[in-house]
Design a protein around this ligand. Structure first.
Ligand code: SF4
Length: 437
């Protein structure tokens, strides 16, 4: 593999060098076919820098040249991972400080300098900061919560491959993320992989063999961790192997990288993705504050390369749980050619009660979006059913009832309308009140 001086052999790891040496199964990139898809030009390519981020860099990283700041490997290596690094930038509350000190195991602290530049230094309640800086409630387990609420481990057919739906699989490619969201559904396995979550080369091969042997699998979702933190070479290898399996029609990547590490969307990465077209992408957005010039550049590069882009957003209490916030996010995404796809009710992960809203809140938001803004800007609101039941869509109820052959419906403004539906039964079980018509 062609490496530049100082460039890590691995995608920047959340582990220390000592840990990596002690776990050779984690060092898989050097075993994969080496193709020089990156290089100096990719490292030095231009990327816009938004005003907030520019001021942040000058204040907290004055020694760092713009080209280095825009190098995704530098961003990943310099992630904020310790209390000292966090306190150099943020005025922490006592609760935040205690929670960081107390933390051990998976889902470590991790924030790219770029993403930190979008957060408030003084306000612990600022939305983006709340999603990434731990607080004490993270250690409180409430009823209904579980480490693996979606039952993914129970549906793993080989380590790292979840086969829950008839024709599609979830391929967990890595345990590494460039930032760690405190509400992560896979908090049990990201950041400090081990055991079944080792994401080793043999594990990849087992998963690929399983997919090749199961002709019913036509759809593969690459996730993790974040697959876009893999090197270009690894991604090229993985996508090439999947594309060589005749019955695999549809390949998607689930990623937060374009949002938290947008400079990762290099020209060389785009070449890899185009080589294996069609590849779809689901981007994990949370809040309109993420819609920066950097993110616009990243999504423009992806969309220009013909990669269909959808967004997935988790509904989070006091972070994005209002019509205005999500409307602003979704409209901004449409302008960047990203189609809002799913709005998730927050999964009951252990220690996530402070992030969860009621389901009523989600329905109220859907009611406030549908009809009030462009239909393309309205995602599907879903609950991923605990225990592995899959995604269950939820909609505000627009059926008022039935009168004879007429179905009585309510529109987005609350006005009622009749639709003649002589063969139908929908709404027949509802008693119509006098005021309903
Ligand atoms: S980027 Fe995704 S996988 Fe990584 S911590 Fe956030 S939610 Fe979890």
């Amino acid at each position: 593999m062609n490496l530049l001086p100082g460039e890590p052999e691995e995608p920047p790891s959340c582990q220390t060098a000592t840990t990596l040496l002690a776990k050779p199964h984690l060092r898989i990139s050097s075993q994969l076919p080496a193709q020089s898809l990156g290089g100096l030009s990719a490292r030095l390519e231009r990327f816009p820098v938004g005003p907030l981020t520019r001021a942040f860099r000058k204040r907290y990283f004055p020694e760092v040249e713009l080209a280095e700041w825009n190098d995704w490997r530098w961003q990943a290596r310099r992630r904020i991972r310790t209390l000292a690094e966090l306190e150099r930038i943020f005025m922490l509350s006592d609760d935040e400080r205690d929670a960081v000190i107390r933390h051990e195991g998976s889902l470590p602290l991790g924030i790219t300098p770029y993403y930190a530049s979008l957060m408030s230094r003084h306000d612990a309640l600022e939305p983006l900061r709340r999603t990434h800086v731990p607080v004490g409630t993270e250690y409180v387990k409430t009823p209904g919560e579980a480490d693996d609420p979606l039952g993914e481990d129970g549906h793993s057919v080989v380590p790292g491959l979840v086969h829950r739906y008839p024709d599609r699989v979830l391929f967990l490619t890595t345990g590494f993320c460039s930032t760690y969201c405190r509400y992560c559904t896979r908090s049990r396995m990201v950041g400090e992989p081990g055991g079944d979550y080792s994401f080793s080369r043999p594990q990849w091969e087992q998963a690929l063999d399983y997919i090749a042997e199961h002709t019913e699998v036509r759809d593969v979702l690459l996730s993790g961790g974040d697959p876009l933190t893999l090197s270009d070479e690894r991604l090229d290898y993985l996508l090439g192997r999947l594309r060589a399996i005749k019955h695999v029609e549809f390949v998607r990547l689930g990623t937060k990288v374009p949002v938290v590490l947008p400079m990762r969307i290099t020209r060389s990465l785009i070449k890899v993705l185009k080589k294996h077209t069609p590849v779809w992408m689901s981007l994990h957005f949370t809040h309109p504050a993420e819609l920066t010039p950097e993110v616009t550049e990243a999504t423009t590069r992806l969309a220009d390369a013909g990669i269909p882009l959808g967004s997935q957003t988790v509904l989070l209490k006091d972070i994005n749980d209002s019509v205005e916030t999500l409307k602003s996010l979704y409209r901004g995404l449409l302008m960047r050619r990203v189609r809002p796809y799913y709005l998730y009710q927050c999964d009951p992960i252990t220690g996530s009660s402070h992030f969860r809203t009621s389901v009523d809140k989600g329905l109220e938001i859907m009611q406030g979006l549908r009809g009030h803004t462009t239909g393309y800007a309205v995602p599907t609101f879903v609950i991923d059913a605990p225990g592995g039941g899959g995604k269950i869509p939820l909609l505000p109820d627009y059926v008022v009832g039935r009168e004879g052959d007429d179905l009585i419906l309510r529109n987005f403004e609350g006005k009622t309308y009749r639709y003649t539906d002589p063969d139908g039964t929908v709404g027949a079980d509802r008693a119509l009140s006098a005021g309903a018509l």
